[in-house]
Design a protein around this ligand. Sequence first.
Ligand SMILES: [Zn+2]
Length: 344
Amino acid sequence: MQGLQILDALPDGFLDCAPRDLHRLFPGPALIELPGRRESPLFVSVLLHGNEVSGLEAVQQVIRKQTGKTLPRALMLLIGNPGAASEGVRRLDGQPDYNRVWPGTPDHAATPEAAAMAEVHDRVIARGAFAAVDLHNNTGLNPHYGVVCSLDVHTLQLALLFSRIAVWFRGMPGTQTAAFAGKIPAIAAECGQPGVPANAQAAERLVEAALNLAEFPDHPVRHEDIDLYHTVAIVRVRPEVGMGFGDASAELCLDPRLDHMNFRELDSGACFGETSHPMPLAAVDEEGRDVSTAFFAVAEGKLRLSRGAMPAMLSCDERIVRQDCLCYLMERVPAERIPSAVGA
Ligand SMILES: [Zn+2]
């Protein structure tokens, strides 16, 4: 892998560069540091996943609109994986996932990618960054939502600049947001599907709002202003189980409209598909414990939820399901459980 490149200006052609051509400007990950009126920089990362292009389109538009002016706040912009972007994929074969290699990663600590992201992390902290925003897309039908790894007031205020829906992940070491949690306000913004102009515009509004914010308000977030969920399970299809969406011959035939269940609070008994396998899914909680049978049951060939939960990031793309996961399961965080962060 090419090591981290650090630039103090945008290279010519950047603002109009398509994601597939970025590798001509950047042979590997690149950190671009631009000055602004407020010195404490906003850190924004795009293309940690090479096919998630809304973030790039958003920052190109934010910077384009400021042509000839000074940014309201300094910006540190990370272009994560231009190699994967050149092929329109999440990551290239042989690469680790660029959002699993940040400090704290249990699996990839010795890789050059982890060294590059650790260098970025150290530099962002050393410069006293104001906040960290990691821009992503996802597949399937999902609303815009922020992912937080900490429930401090400023992190929730940052999340609310993007959406009233926020998901709290306590674990997942190696993600960028987890690596910054507790140090500076940090969110991952999940901007829906790539290639949709409204999704890039939502990311653009977030970046502009964060650049223009003088400081985070200290007052608590009102619980009626936020829909806060936490992850209770990550759900994968067991690797040995054959699967398909709407394919009745598959060992696990998932409902081809499964992604319509995203961010719907489902009751026990909700059906995910049909299967000849006794338990085709492997669900683990944030501590890595197997919770498959706590959340799912197979009876008479139907795969159903065995308790109420809300899925997120359900994807009907088999490649994504195999490479990442089928979905996350969420539960609403009651306001009274986080009194220090969520006031009345
Ligand atoms: Zn992503």
